[in-house]
Write a protein that binds this ligand. Structure first.
Ligand SMILES: [Zn+2]
Length: 216
């Protein structure tokens, strides 16, 4: 009997080498689309928070590749009236999860991506300094896809393995660190469902590790 639908989640990033990820900040099994929009994290800053966002370009429309263009400063303002209002912004996220669960990485996790803006988590400001930002292609009131939840749980698992300070309660939404200014990932994001998926996934990995130990 299959354990659950997410036992097959490994498709995207489950095969990451945690030591390589920790030293390079690069997810080896996802597409790399480098953004120039990043800087160094302040010296001595521990990576200890994961921030979930959403984005769609134009707003409410999916596909088209405009998010990649936006994060790499190649958005053509002539392509859509909305793009005129954002084409000069220089922003990024560490990774994007598209509607079909495909993951694209833009910034090394060791670097400071420009995703959170003015923000505060548990009294500590400037969340970009110490967080990883992951964008879901989506909108606040449109259900996210099962593939996106699985990819996010998978990513969170790999990232929290490399940086264990990112515990389940240190995975948060942009709306929670910039209240009144940001609303993403919005009411459509199923936090209890995601946390259950993440924690169940953690227990599966733990069980696998214990089985491997038993086999040695
Ligand atoms: Zn956001």
């Amino acid at each position: 009997m299959p354990h659950s639908t997410f036992d097959s989640v490994g498709a995207t990033v489950y095969c990451e080498d945690i030591n390589i990820l920790r030293s390079t900040g690069r997810l080896s099994s996802v597409r790399w689309c480098p953004s120039p929009n990043y800087g160094p994290r302040p010296e001595g800053t521990a990576i200890s928070l994961l921030v979930v966002h959403n984005i769609s370009l134009p707003p409410g429309q999916f596909g088209g590749g405009y998010i990649e263009d936006f994060f790499t400063n190649r958005l053509e303002s002539a392509d859509h009236p909305y793009f005129l209002t954002i084409a000069d912004l220089h922003v990024s996220a560490h990774a994007l999860i598209e509607r079909d669960g495909t993951v694209v990485q833009f910034v090394s996790l060791l670097e400071r991506a420009w995703h959170a803006g003015r923000s505060c988590f548990q009294g500590v400001e400037e969340c970009n300094d110490f967080s990883v930002g992951i964008e879901l292609e989506g909108a606040d009131d449109v259900p996210y896809t099962p593939q996106q939840y699985r990819a996010l749980a998978d990513l969170a698992l790999v990232i929290s393995s490399a940086w264990p300070a990112i515990t389940s309660d240190r995975i948060t939404g942009h709306c929670d660190i910039a209240p009144g200014r940001k609303t993403d990932p919005g009411p459509a994001f199923d936090w209890p469902g995601f946390r259950a998926l993440f924690q169940k996934r953690q227990s599966v990995v733990l069980r696998d590790k214990q089985t491997q130990k038993g086999a040695l």
